[in-house]
Design a protein around this ligand. Structure first.
Ligand SMILES: Nc1ncnc2c1ncn2[C@@H]1O[C@H](COP(=O)(O)OP(=O)(O)OP(=O)(O)O)[C@@H](O)[C@H]1O
Length: 485
């Protein structure tokens, strides 16, 4: 940052000054040295403390005073914003309000499925409405529990139930009361219901990214199906005494097609669709948060450019806000007074580079193994950058799971996982024919560099041992490819 050494704290500057003052004539002594020489021999403790405080304040002002932000929180992804800042979601807001209103009238609200692409306000809207209900209930002396979990990092039903217990325990300030492992899922459910019955009059479960709670075993009913079944019937079975509603959030428009019939009929949700935003709506969302920045710190073309970039990537408001903040951070890092178009462009380049690797980190172990096997084929194939036929991908996936002694999914699940990654732009997929009578298969092509992806996956301690098998893996890949072609 420009001028960050102006406080004279730089060691070499101090030493230079000292040498200078020693060699110079007394009459030329700098004012600063004079002040030091004339300082009283003893400083009281209180004075010393005050002067330390002052110099800390000076340093803080020096570093923070030049920021382009005045309220950076407003452009943080998890900040819950005021209702006035919400743009273009009137219909969804109205639907969610009308579905949840019965809670306030002592009736049971319906379950809900909020679906639409990433960053279209699903969490925002359900969060804003439930927060209002919590406040209203509190003012009437009732307790409305909002139990909100993200299913993406959770692998099994058991872990999901434990996460729910932990979330409630934290919210009400109680002991978790069950160990994470070594007890049955049933016991965890019991503890969950016990906590809810003790502390809440009514409750809503918000299950974000529900479609990613698949579970470990390919042939089992998916974990999300079992969880939805259990939670949505918990009030019918009197396991939860108060009113219960379940809101499932997903990016997958076909989610309900994969759900088990029993779960479907007990969950039976009201749908709320969240379409992606166009550039105008994104611009308005950003305008409504421009007070995150100093009034004179945003050049006019910044908001339209950020909105245009985000509109290209499926109209995702989270991406727009991240880029807005990133451009401001870059201006700050460089000590620039204002955010300009070039900060936005450079920031977008960084985000593009980072995006796929960050995504990889958050995947479940099975998805990482599937992706690793697929990336290894693109990486080790004799012609680098080759496409990966799904039958070969599955064979290599099986080899990797054997090496790691991990569970093995079916070929359908493997293909499903890889196709899912294509929705994030990591991989592109196409259907191929093997010629007359040969059937169809999927072909996967990496949009970026598969090597970086492999490296990031083996940073996961559960998978790091596979990196030691490089030569063997190369041989397996090429043998499988040869077999296939
Ligand atoms: N209509 C809107 N007005 C203002 N801000 C919005 C709007 N929609 C989304 N945002 C902001 O964009 C970010 C992402 O929104 P949110 O988390 O609600 O998306 P989502 O649909 O739940 O995404 P995902 O499917 O990835 O979980 C949040 O910071 C949110 O405040």
């Amino acid at each position: 940052m420009a001028g960050s050494n102006q406080g004279g704290t730089d060691q070499s500057t101090l030493e230079d000054e000292r040498t200078q003052s020693q060699t110079e004539d007394a009459s030329k002594v700098t004012q600063r040295d004079t002040a030091v020489d004339n300082a009283p021999p003893k400083v009281s403790e209180g004075e010393a403390e005050r002067s330390t405080q002052q110099s800390i304040r000076d340093m803080l002002n020096e570093d923070g005073g030049g920021s382009v932000f005045v309220n950076r929180d407003l452009v943080e992804p998890d900040t819950i914003i005021d209702e006035e800042r919400i743009v273009g979601r009137d219909d969804q807001l109205e639907s969610v309000v009308s579905f949840l209103k019965p809670t306030l009238q002592g009736n049971r609200p319906p379950n809900m499925l909020l679906y639409g692409p990433a960053g279209t306000g699903k969490s925002l809207i359900i969060g804003a409405v439930t927060q209002q209900i919590v406040d209203l209930c509190k003012s009437r002396g009732e307790s409305f529990g909002v139990v909100d979990i993200n299913c993406q990092p959770i692998n099994t039903l058991d872990q999901a139930v434990y996460e729910l217990v932990q979330t409630v325990a934290k919210d009400v300030g109680a002991e978790v009361g069950v160990p994470e492992t070594g007890v049955s899922t049933k016991r965890k459910y019991r503890r969950l219901y016990e906590l809810i019955n003790t502390h809440y009059d009514s409750v809503i479960f918000i299950l974000d990214e529900i479609d990613l709670l698949v579970g470990r075993r390919a042939n089992d009913e998916p974990a999300y199906s079992k969880l939805l079944y259990q939670l949505s019937r918990a009030s019918n079975t009197n396991e939860i005494e108060g009113r219960v509603s379940v809101a499932a959030l997903t990016n997958d428009p076909k989610f309900m097609e994969d759900i088990d019939g029993r779960a479907e009929s007990s969950f039976n949700p009201r749908d709320v669709y969240f379409p992606d935003y166009d550039a105008n709506q994104l611009r308005e969302i950003l305008q409504n948060r421009r007070d995150a920045f100093r009034t004179d710190a945003l050049s006019d073309d910044v908001i339209p450019l950020v909105a245009a970039f985000a509109a290209q990537s499926h109209g995702d408001a989270r991406k727009a806000i991240d880029l807005f903040r990133g451009a401001g951070d870059l201006a700050d890092e460089r000590g620039d007074d204002s955010v300009e178009e070039h900060h936005v462009r450079e920031s977008q380049e960084e985000i593009d580079k980072d995006r796929s690797l960050k995504l990889v980190e958050g995947l479940t172990t099975q998805k990482k193994i599937s992706l690793y096997a697929t990336a290894a084929i693109a990486h080790y194939a004799k012609r680098s950058g080759s496409s990966v036929p799904s039958p070969v991908g599955f064979k290599v996936y099986q080899w990797v799971t054997d090496e790691l002694d991990a569970d093995q999914m079916t070929r359908e699940t493997y293909v499903k996982y890889i196709k899912e990654l294509s929705t994030y732009g990591l991989i592109s997929t196409s259907r191929k024919s093997r010629g007359r009578g040969g059937g169809m298969y999927m072909e996967f092509t990496f949009t970026g560099d598969p090597t970086g992806i492999m490296k990031r996956i083996t940073e996961d301690t559960r998978l790091e041992s596979i990196a030691e098998q490089e030569e063997l893996l190369r041989t397996v890949v090429n043998a499988q490819l040869k077999d296939f072609h």
